[in-house]
Design a protein around this ligand. Sequence first.
Ligand code: PAF
Length: 287
Amino acid sequence: MSAMLRIQSPQSMQELGLAWRGQGLRVGLVPTMGYWHEGHLSLMRWARERCDMLVASIFVNPTQFGPGEDLENYPSDIERDSLLAEKCGVNALFTPQRDSMYLPGHGTWVTVPELTKNLCGRSRPEHFKGVATVVCKLFNLVQPTFAAFGEKDWQQLAVIRKMTRELDMPVRVEGRPIVREADGLAMSSRNVYLTPGERADAPHIQKGLCLLEGMIRAGERDCAVLRLAVQEYYAVHIPSGNLDYLELVDPDTIETVERASSDILAAVALRLGKARLIDNKRITIEK
Ligand code: PAF
């Protein structure tokens, strides 16, 4: 196999993507913000088996960060990521610079308002506008046949699916399961912000969602009751945590539901020290 290409220029990336697609090759894309963990690597391994040419991108996209968020401190180790990319069989690692992705005066945005009023869209009002716009740009630059995203960012995945469908983008969007640490904490580049004490409490985020699932399976349908039980669980087990939201929503529309139906998503965002951690659980039950 030929050596992995490292590409910084958006124009060079687009020329390569167009050339590959012109040759009839299947191009897979794993878009990331870097500082990879096993979740990212599992996306790359999965994509590697399904494409001829695999592109991974690393771009800490400034437009999806709000004021006071961790844009300037976002963890980064591009040389380590680059070695991991080679091991995963990435053909091209695309690492554009901020000023080449957003030229002065940039003023074109993609928004998906229906899906972004709730959950992370409520607490991070500009976030999904930045995500949808950069993913649209990455699709135009890389020309992928498909792109793979983790289901930890469920709302992001829903937004990207809707954008791709409604703007007729010729890209298949693939969602892949959350990858967890052995104790259940969802992997995230932001876990590095946790102190040892916070890290010890963090697995309770998922445990709270499992408690909620257990209650649904035992017959509880009232979402207010379900939410209260998990809020109380978090207050006891993650005392230094600050709950941003705990919601039960329709997995497709991201609308809040009052009674658990046969298919719902329980989603949580919790601030723990310097980290804002998200997790979710899809719960399907026989009718
Ligand atoms: O999930 C992420 O890492 C980012 O939101 C993405 C999709 C790479 C866009 O910047």
